[in-house]
Design a protein around this ligand. Structure first.
Ligand SMILES: Cc1cc2nc3c(=O)[nH]c(=O)nc-3n(C[C@H](O)[C@H](O)[C@H](O)COP(=O)(O)O)c2cc1C
Length: 255
């Protein structure tokens, strides 16, 4: 009788709860460093993939050695030493009022609300200068903020690639922004012409016979709202409040 008392039942349940809590907490603490390493590796994989540089089967850390991480002062469009590129967290900074500027609704097509003063960009440099420039981009789709990278070739006009590494759009609809075929359709498109941002995602299919096909991207069928989000965020980040000042500066150095 005593072994079936309420007190004993509660005692066993409590002991079980404590054991489980300790196991789960220990697992979380022990696995955190491994998770951080994997997260950093995933980001590097996505940076390389967005620029069309990722080679399957080759160590990502080794491949990432060709990338230099730089910080850009978004106001001046110049590279900056104000923060350490290796430790600076742009996503965190964009939520910190001391590290970011609030955007007025009419100047915020990507619906990001705040933009960090400094941005982390990824550069591939060769003997003749910058070969690829990989820019962080983010903005709202239909259900979520899309985080990704857009890479430009050494002319700072031609798209080298695009990729999103985090979003919560619907698989098969907005989630098709991850479709390799759609991503490939960006490669070689014209982002800037005569210093102006021209690239745009349209609704429907691009008519390859008409003028403008070289800077238009097919919209995704059944996912107009997500693709409009992509169009808005690309326009914002390649525009004057985004990376246009940096691109103009780099192009003037090149001339
Ligand atoms: C459950 C559900 C999930 C959806 N997810 C998305 C999405 O991730 N992205 C998107 O643009 N549209 C999504 N839609 C569809 C939109 O509501 C809208 O119909 C669509 O964007 C219009 O695109 P269309 O003009 O190409 O048909 C979803 C609809 C439903 C019912």
């Amino acid at each position: 009788m005593a072994s079936e008392s309420i007190g004993k039942t509660l005692g066993v349940a409590l002991a079980l709860c404590i054991v489980c809590a300790v196991v789960v907490s220990a697992a979380a603490v022990i696995l955190r460093p491994a998770q951080e390493v994997n997260k950093a590796l995933d980001l590097k994989t996505n940076i390389l993939a967005a620029a069309g540089l990722l080679k399957v089967g080759v160590d990502v850390e080794k491949q990432f050695e060709q990338i230099t991480i730089r910080v850009v002062d978004m106001e001046s469009g110049r590279f900056s030493d104000a923060v350490n590129p290796l430790t600076y967290d742009q996503r965190k900074a964009s939520k910190d009022p001391a590290m970011s500027v609030e955007l007025a609704a009419d100047a915020d097509p990507a619906k990001i609300r705040r933009r960090a003063y400094y941005a982390t960009v990824y550069v591939v440099e060769g003997p003749a200068g910058i070969e690829k420039m990989i820019l962080p981009i983010k903005g709202y789709g239909l259900w979520s903020t899309l985080y990704g990278f857009l890479a430009l070739e050494s002319d700072f006009e031609t798209v080298a690639g695009i990729g999103f590494y985090e979003h919560a759009e619907t698989p098969g609809l907005g989630g098709e922004i991850d479709n390799p075929g759609w991503r490939a359709s960006w490669v070689g498109k014209t982002a800037y012409a005569a210093g102006e941002r021209v690239i745009t995602v349209i609704k429907g299919k691009v008519d390859r016979q008409r003028d403008g096909a070289d800077y238009q991207i097919d919209g995704l069928a059944g996912a107009t709202l997500t693709t409009r989000g992509v169009d808005n965020l690309v326009k914002y980040w390649l525009g004057n409040d985004g990376f246009a000042p940096l691109i103009q500066h780099l192009k003037s150095q090149e001339a």
